[in-house]
Ligand binder design. Structure first.
Ligand SMILES: *[C@@H]1O[C@H](CO)[C@@H](O)[C@H](O)[C@H]1NC(C)=O
Ligand SMILES: *[C@@H]1O[C@H](CO)[C@@H](O)[C@H](O)[C@H]1NC(C)=O
Ligand SMILES: *[C@@H]1O[C@H](CO)[C@@H](O)[C@H](O)[C@H]1NC(C)=O
Ligand SMILES: *[C@@H]1O[C@H](CO)[C@@H](O)[C@H](O)[C@H]1NC(C)=O
Length: 138
């Protein structure tokens, strides 16, 4: 019974895909578009310039096949910056190590956007300067 329900749900899905556009493209999109929930950084995160941090995300609902070309881009004040922190990793891993840039203004409105086929933005977090940087400015 369960199998029949699942099968007819899949058939309905396939049928709606057919009516929208060619099956292969539509089916690919259903499989590929996945915007994982970002676990860190989050609102309680503080990054110090020049230090390494892990960006982590939930992989519990990851599809079998994911397109390549994942990237983590720095955001500020809800907008993307030109700073790509890392790219070319496997989204299914659930984490990637990044280095906090050392040439940014220390503020509390940074975010990261995790790109696969779609972009998913983290909560806003804080970047501070290193203690060394503060001392050398005195
Ligand atoms: C928020 O991010 C920190 C790392 O910056 C992590 O230790 C913590 O578990 C995250 N909080 C939640 C609720 O996931
Ligand atoms: C990132 O996560 C990996 C795997 O858990 C761990 O080995 C590594 O030490 C972490 N790196 C940082 C900077 O936290
Ligand atoms: C995943 O990709 C492989 C290789 O392209 C393919 O053989 C397989 O059928 C795909 N699986 C799904 C669930 O799309
Ligand atoms: C990003 O790059 C574009 C093109 O190189 C440039 O016009 C823009 O000013 C840059 N933005 C920032 C925030 O650096």
């Amino acid at each position: 019974m369960q199998f029949t329900l699942l099968a007819s749900a899949l058939m309905a899905l396939a049928a709606s895909a057919v009516s929208a556009s060619p099956v292969s493209n539509e089916a690919r999109m259903i499989l590929d578009v996945w915007a994982p929930t970002i676990i860190s950084p989050n609102a309680s995160t503080v990054w110090t310039e020049g230090q390494q941090y892990n960006v982590t995300w939930d992989t519990s609902n990851a599809p079998v096949n994911i397109s390549n070309g994942a990237a983590v881009v720095l955001g500020k004040d809800g907008k993307l910056t030109n700073t790509t922190l890392v790219s070319g990793f496997d989204l299914r891993q659930g984490w990637v190590t990044v280095t906090c840039p050392s040439d940014v203004i220390p503020e509390d409105d940074y975010s990261i956007v995790l790109f696969g086929d779609s972009g998913d933005q983290s909560e806003q977090f804080t970047i501070t300067t290193s203690l060394e940087g503060v001392l050398s400015d005195l």
